[in-house]
Design a protein around this ligand. Sequence first.
Ligand code: NDP
Length: 274
Amino acid sequence: MKRFAVIGNPIAHSRSPAIHEAFAVQLGIELQYERVLAPLNDFAGTLQRLQAEGFAGCNVTLPFKVDALAYAQQASERAQLAGAANTLGWAGTSIWADNTDGLGLRRDIEHNAGWPIAGRRVLILGAGGASAGCLGPLLEARPARVAIWNRSSDKAVALVERHRALATQHQVDLSALPLIAGEFDAVINGTSAGLGGQALALPNGLLQAGGLTLDMVYGTAAEPFLQWAQAQGAALRLDGLGMLVEQAAEAFALWHGQRPDTAPVLAQMRRATP
Ligand code: NDP
């Protein structure tokens, strides 16, 4: 039986085992998927142990996504642009890396919510690993404009510069914002502010009435942002659960060559989320 894991620190909260097990049952694939707590200073040692024990692949979460890319011998273009990886696989002794966060976000918005991104104006709040992973696939959906704001503005500027060529290729007006301002059809919260119960200071008028909002966190942590979204008249108010299930489906497809039907698994996860 093939073995998989999600590596992080902390890791007890991770929903990835339940999601991958549900996909496996659906497709009749036998696998074991477990949570692995890596010491903060020994991600490499944890990877070596999993390889020695014959694991076939792993997902990687906070705070190791940048390390995951660094330890891989081959990386997809989107993982390289993101500067981070959330999916690893072993091919013999060599490790390959990919980043499925952005594919998951795009699929949740375009397929699950039925909201085409092409031609829209999109604001991304935050320039950490999650936002970095999402930017490439978002640009490939050809929005008219993408603006990124981050509390530490240098990170937003660096992220924009890394994606400049991709934005030009897809004719997207890409910029870093020093202040949260403007008018957008979609506002995506990629900060972890909600995890600390904090609400970002967002101005009125930022979101075009009837627009889309998405917080990458889920459960109670998404409430401050989604309450703001409701007050702004957002037509779609999504939390990060759809993105979580969709990014897992992309990782599953990379490992097993089959993409599961995500709708029943998302419904199952939604029922289990407070
Ligand atoms: P990082 O630690 O890499 O980045 C955190 C980001 O949040 C940074 O941009 C940081 O700004 C910003 N931030 C944190 N606190 C505040 C605050 N009080 N006010 C304003 N900005 C703040 O984390 P990730 O990017 O990996 O993850 C971000 C969130 O997305 C997490 O909550 C994570 O759970 C979620 N996520 C969800 C996924 C899903 O599938 N649904 C997948 C991946 C992540 P600064 O740079 O200034 O510190």
